[in-house]
Design a protein around this ligand. Structure first.
Ligand SMILES: Nc1ncnc2c1ncn2[C@@H]1O[C@H](COP(=O)(O)OP(=O)(O)OP(=O)(O)O)[C@@H](O)[C@H]1O
Length: 255
């Protein structure tokens, strides 16, 4: 069974003024298998963040359903949603979303603290993860004392420490320079090689070229998709760039 099933998802926003409606997602259907690394691309306003928020159960679809490991998100009661998210999902955002008054270590451990995990277990998970993400020397620092790339690696550690079924990343390299981006993307690739399922929204063809599949969204609909196959990053990058030009031309679906 697929890990994630997105079935006929529709989202209509009611705008505050004038009672007008805006359809941000029309009828989006796709699946993500366990262990896949999927990038979502599309022009600004095409509905990427809306889709991510619905999959994250941070927003509700107007129609359709999202099913994670056989469980419909619609069936989860509002009061259980934050525990559901904590247990199943890891989040990485463009602007890191770290707590400034918490050390790097405490930021990473926060989801485990919220889940009442015992200290010993927390420490045993932290050590190898901090090593893997190159954060060992930074654990006692605060977010304002580290670089953007280090902040994002902290956010990745926080996302991974709960061993989530799915990592959702929204423009994870959007605020980073190319060197820090490469490091973060190499770490995503490393997580993927270790079996982690990842869905990443990005504007960057370079970032998307690290994924195993890219879904292209246009005007709230799935337009096409590309599988990496045996391509290396450069070959996949070139295909992504040419597919994006088809997308902006409104050309044919190249599937
Ligand atoms: N709360 C809202 N109320 C009304 N319209 C909204 C709301 N949120 C988003 N939209 C509209 O829905 C569409 C999709 O927005 P969304 O943020 O999902 O796009 P996006 O592809 O993530 O864009 P970007 O790449 O610029 O972040 C846009 O036209 C946006 O203006």
């Amino acid at each position: 069974m697929e890990l994630l099933q997105v079935q006929n998802v529709k989202k209509v926003y009611n705008t505050r003024l004038g009672g007008q409606q805006f359809t941000a997602l029309k009828n989006v259907t796709f699946e993500i298998a366990r262990g896949e690394f999927v990038a979502i691309m599309g022009a600004s306003g095409s509905g990427k963040t809306t889709l991510l928020n619905i999959i994250a159960s941070l927003d509700k679809a107007t129609g359709g359903d999202v099913i994670l490991e056989g469980r419909s998100i619609k069936s989860i009661k509002d009061r259980e949603l934050s525990a559901f998210r904590r247990k199943n999902l890891g989040f990485v955002f463009q602007d890191f979303n770290l707590l400034d008054t918490f050390s790097i270590k405490d930021n990473i451990l926060l989801p485990l603290v919220l889940s009442n995990e015992n200290l010993e277990e927390m420490e045993s998970r932290l050590k190898p993860l901090a090593h893997r993400l190159g954060l060992e020397q930074l654990l006692n620092k605060f977010p304002y004392e580290v670089s953007g790339g280090e902040k994002q690696r902290t956010a990745m550690a926080r996302a991974v420490i709960t061993e989530p079924k799915l990592i959702l990343a929204d423009e994870p390299t959007g605020a980073l320079d190319s060197k820090a981006s490469s490091k973060v993307l190499n770490l995503f690739e490393d997580l993927h090689k270790n079996g982690q399922t990842i869905m990443m929204v990005t504007h960057s063809s370079m970032a998307a070229s690290f994924a195993s599949r890219v879904l292209f969204i246009k005007d709230g609909e799935l337009f096409s998709q590309l599988y990496r196959g045996n391509d290396n990053n450069k070959e996949f990058f070139d295909k992504i760039v040419s597919n994006l030009s088809v997308l902006s031309d409104g050309g044919v679906d190249i599937g």
